[in-house]
Design a protein around this ligand. Sequence first.
Ligand code: GYE
Length: 321
Amino acid sequence: MKRWIWCMLAMVLALTACGKSEGGQGDPELLLGFSQIGSESAWRVGNTNDILAQAEAYHIGLMFEDAKQKQENQIDAIRRFIAYKVDVIAFSPIVEDGWDNVLLEAKNAGIPVILVDRDISTKEEGLTTCLIGADFYSEGVKAGEYLLRKADSLGLERVNIVEITGTANSTPMRQRQAGFADAVAGDRRIHILESIDGDFIKSRGAECMKILLDKYGDEIDVVYSHNDEMTLGAIPVIEEAGLAPGKDIVVISIDGGQDAIDVLKQGKINCIVECTPRLGKELMETVLRLRNGEAVEKTIHPDEQVFSDEQDLSNLEPRGY
Ligand code: GYE
């Protein structure tokens, strides 16, 4: 394991020990192993910061590992958590498939596993205890519903959409796509010209936008992008093509980080469906419940809203990520 990660662990454990004398509700003997996907987006960095802060606030020891966008690194991390005999394992699976073997190992070791943010796909029973994360399908529906309202208000008769999708085979990619498609399905004005894989990464968002503009030019009415990072990559490319994002092309994004909200306020993004990275508090509460042998909800979704050009955004609180 990288030295900085051990430093962070030592730091969190030290803070944990300090917390004990303050009589916090946590248990410094309790150790949570958490495998994060990486740092592909402001959302992800905000999620990591929140989990570190909440582990400290709850006085829960944290072994944190960054998988640098690789599933095999996540599998290795989970194996290290098992070898280290942590009390609870939590992780954000980068993709849905391929977890059965390592999660069976955790199950056989008697270590409960919490899914954070994304889901897995499996035929095995009882590999995980619960999922704490957004309702991505509903985010896609909200994006689609906004688009229908926008098409009405602009009086559009035909709406050509390009979709820049998140990491292939990940839960937010699948469900944001499905929710959006279902929400617009009954409307004969709507045409999804192409969906292209932007992997949730800014530079890929820019590349995808270039490919789409080269192919469809000013036929594109709408860009639906599965996260802010890709949206922020795509916007300068739209401008370089001589088109005005937010006007010539309606731009719909998901997440709601500060940088994207600022661009929404400038009028270059039309709508952002919120996806909150603040899952740490619920995670720590769940860890404590599992330690106490209490039942936990199978799925815990945070409340989320929509930010758009339909609202006055001048008094929006700083987003914090
Ligand atoms: O939308 C994106 C991140 O899984 C909800 O992953 C998360 C997504 C988020 O990289 O920005």
